[in-house]
Design a protein around this ligand. Structure first.
Ligand SMILES: *Cc1c(COP(=O)(O)O)cnc(C)c1O
Ligand SMILES: [Zn+2]
Length: 392
């Protein structure tokens, strides 16, 4: 079982399981010997635990994340400018891909005999972590920005964690919790345990398409944890000899908060913090991404790119997903589809490309939506009103 941590950048390795960063400052991930890995011969009901041979824990309590559907969305091909498939992560137990990393983090905490687990989050990860902590009988501490919307707090509060609304800089909060001398195991966005769990998204996609691979995978980026995880999976599957080619990784941010896209555009090696403006993509508004530089390396080394999109295009993509293929997502997920459109306009993605877009979170938690075009009618006029609509 993988228990050694390694730096993707300088290659340093560490045996201390509580460490999250290399001495060079970059984030660590679990070293995995994937050479002998084969696609597992286990039922789909095992979900993400089918890939336990490449995970740092073997099992977990609580609802099982994955497998999530990979939907071929040909009705959106023209809109996206490619052959589009959607990885529908919103159907995970708490409605986002975060459950995969949480499941691994909570399982590791249980294995270690911990009583507390914690996280720093804009909402989805706090919800996921509090639900899985409840399932495992752990106490849970979540730290959210003070301006987190009340409807998100209510969802989280149902699982009865200790919720701290924190005034201050989010990037600093993130780093400070990982440095605390505490009994609480923090599973923040880009910690090695979370990255290990989230890697299973790409394992599921590639298992479906193997031995060929899609031409590209597009996903929204905030901390860079998810982006790092997908990159890690591709590297492991290449080592295992299970895929013929490496998909280009495209990462998308909201224009109001796009530190990784900015560094990409400016051809820098390192991502530096930006001041975030308001955006509807609240789940990806991290101006100081802890794995931003690693995400940048992932995009570059796979021949991909990092782009950002204005909220108007995100809203349009969100409405298309709901109306054309019946999938309701939150704005932070729709960002990825809006980004694919930008890339095809630029000629980086073409009509023949097979592109998988990861829809990271469900739209059923949010108030966003089209203003309903609902006609008010009298009950006695049902038949006539319907006839007018069906056959005007
Ligand atoms: C957390 C989150 C993201 C961003 O993932 P990172 O690993 O922080 O880059 C994207 N979409 C949704 C819905 C999220 O909850
Ligand atoms: Zn290093």
């Amino acid at each position: 079982m993988a228990r050694r941590l390694r730096c993707y950048d300088c290659g340093n390795a560490y045996d201390c399981k509580d460490r999250t960063r290399c001495s060079c400052g970059e984030p660590l991930w679990f070293d995995v010997d994937a050479a002998g890995f084969e696609w597992p011969n286990e039922p789909r009901s095992a979900g993400m635990w089918r890939y336990r041979d490449v995970l740092p824990v073997r099992n977990g309590d609580g609802p099982v994340p994955g497998p999530t559907p990979l939907v071929r969305a040909d009705r959106l091909d023209e809109y996206a400018g490619c052959r589009l498939s959607l990885k529908h992560e919103g159907v995970n137990p708490t409605g986002s891909f975060k459950d995969r990393g949480t499941a691994v983090g909570v399982a590791a905490a249980v294995d270690a005999g911990d009583e507390w687990i914690g996280t720093v989050s804009h909402g989805n990860m706090a919800l996921s972590t509090s639900a899985y902590a409840a399932a495992a009988g752990l106490d849970c501490a979540v730290f959210v920005p003070a301006d987190t919307p009340p409807e998100r707090l209510k969802l989280i509060a149902r699982h009865d964690p200790c919720i701290f609304r924190v005034d201050g800089d989010y990037g600093q909060l993130y780093a400070d919790t990982l440095d605390l001398d505490t009994e609480v195991t923090f599973v923040n966005s880009d910690t090695p345990l979370r990255v290990a769990g989230q890697k299973t998204i790409a394992y599921e996609i590639l298992e479906r398409t193997a031995p060929s691979a899609p031409d590209a995978i597009a996903l929204p980026v905030s901390s860079g944890g998810h982006a790092s995880a997908v990159w890690k999976a591709l590297r492991e599957l290449e080592t295992a000899g299970l895929i013929d080619s490496i998909p280009r990784l495209y990462f998308v941010q909201a224009a109001a908060c796009d530190p990784v896209a900015t560094a990409y555009r400016e051809e820098r090696k390192d991502v530096t913090p930006v001041t975030a403006d308001e955006t509807i993509a609240v789940s990806i508004a991290n101006g100081d991404p802890p794995s931003g530089t690693r995400a940048l390396a992932a995009a570059r080394s796979t021949g991909g790119a990092v782009v950002s999109v204005p909220d108007g295009e995100t809203r349009a993509a969100m409405e298309r997903l709901a109306s054309a293929v019946g999938i309701s997502v939150e704005p932070s997920s729709a960002v990825a589809l809006a980004g694919v459109r930008v890339l095809s306009r630029r000629g980086e993605v073409d009509a023949a490309d097979e592109v998988v877009t990861v829809l990271t979170g469900s739209g059923y938690k949010e108030r966003y939506g089209a203003d309903a075009d609902a006609r008010r009618i009298d009950i006695d006029a049902l038949g006539d009103e319907l006839a007018d609509t069906v056959d005007p």
